[in-house]
Design a protein around this ligand. Structure first.
Ligand code: KG4
Ligand code: ZN
Length: 336
């Protein structure tokens, strides 16, 4: 079964053709980073306009690379939630047009479900049930994935997402957008124990995250140093901060594994590219006899191949939309 997939939830315009949910026939991602860089973050209005400008060419390129005509496809899948509403609408409306013109079923795909599904491409043998740690720019979740389309949220962030916490610290340190990835590179040889940071926990909810206190702590450190005319070692500061963020992620993940008894851990979302997180999760899982599944680096960030992977399982489940499908800025992963 061949699915054309479209993704435009944030600042990447992407299209892909995926076979049977596991095999990439083509995958094109047009990044808008250079357009948003000068603003220090994504500007929603600019993002949606750029999506509209290039979604046609990106989709054509994906179809050409897969060497397919539209009548050889079985469905068109599209990210419909959650994300920037203007950006989502571009993809949803474009997919509706293809669905109507080529008489293809229209499959709505939840963005976080698709991040998890990136692992079905990287690991062709992976099947639910498993525990998923979803860490992106907008979300930090611990999710029980009972089946391909059955999700239970076990923990979520009460304030900032892990990616947001990394991006904001990176920005405070003067690094260019996208901060999380740049901080990872900068901190590579830094001392992770040079600075101590709080390890915020949510009282009574051991699986929930809170990162806003960490972010405030790094901003305060930088301000105090500035007032005293001191310069902090950026590598050490970055490494210590990443250590603190990953400490929080690891702690709750360990608790969730203990509570649920899952023997497989799947990691998903842009922050799963972080080198320290990947290494520390490998150590955690090796120590606890848990099988770890990390997405390949090219599938950690936003892309459409992962939408095609999840779209396949949504289609098999009969989750097909009609042309009244709307984009939704905010929707929990366990929606029905
Ligand atoms: O999943 P994603 O591409 O977009 C959302 O759905 O939000 O995630 C983007 C997030 C950003 O916060 C970015 O800084 C972070 O992923 N990120 C990283 C790395 N690469 C991307 N964070 C830490 N280390 C990285 N290597
Ligand atoms: Zn994403």
């Amino acid at each position: 079964m061949k699915i054309l997939a479209i993704e435009s939830s944030c600042d990447d315009t992407a299209a892909a053709v995926v076979e049977d949910g596991r095999k990439i026939l083509s995958s094109i991602v047009a990044s808008q980073i250079s357009d948003h860089k000068k603003f220090g973050g994504v500007v929603p209005e600019i993002a949606s306009r750029l999506h509209a400008e290039c979604i046609g060419a990106v989709t054509e390129a994906a179809m050409r690379k897969a060497a397919l005509d539209y009548d050889m496809l079985d469905a068109v899948a599209v990210t419909f939630a959650p994300g920037l509403i203007g950006s989502l609408l571009v993809g949803v409306n474009f997919a509706k047009g293809i669905s109507m013109a080529a008489s293809l079923p229209l499959v709505p795909v939840h963005h976080l479900r698709s991040h998890i599904a990136a692992n079905y491409i990287t690991h062709p043998d992976l099947e639910p049930p498993f525990l998923a740690l979803v860490v992106s720019g907008g979300h930090s979740h611990l999710v029980a994935v009972d089946d391909y389309t059955v999700f239970r949220v076990l923990g979520r962030t009460r304030d900032d997402a892990a990616g947001e916490a990394l991006d904001k610290a990176a920005r405070a340190m003067g690094l260019a957008y996208p901060g999380g990835a740049n901080l990872d590179v900068l901190a590579k040889d830094g001392n992770p124990h040079a600075f101590s940071f709080p390890h915020p926990q949510v009282d009574g909810s051991p699986l929930d995250f809170s990162f806003s206190g960490l972010k405030t702590a790094v901003v305060n450190l930088l301000h105090h140093a500035q007032q005293k005319g001191e310069t902090l070692d950026a590598k050490d500061l970055g490494a210590s901060y990443i250590w603190a963020v990953t400490d929080c992620l690891l702690k709750n993940t360990r608790t969730a594994l203990e509570q649920t008894g899952f023997s497989k851990l799947v990691v998903a979302g842009g922050v799963s590219a972080n080198s320290v997180l990947r290494r520390r999760l490998q150590e955690l899982c090796a120590k606890n006899g848990v099988e770890l599944y990390l997405p390949s680096l090219n599938l950690c960030g936003d892309n459409a191949a992962m939408v095609g992977a999840q779209g396949y399982y949504e289609l098999k489940k009969g989750n097909i939309a009609n042309l009244s499908l709307n984009a939704t800025a905010s929707l929990s992963i366990d929606y029905n």
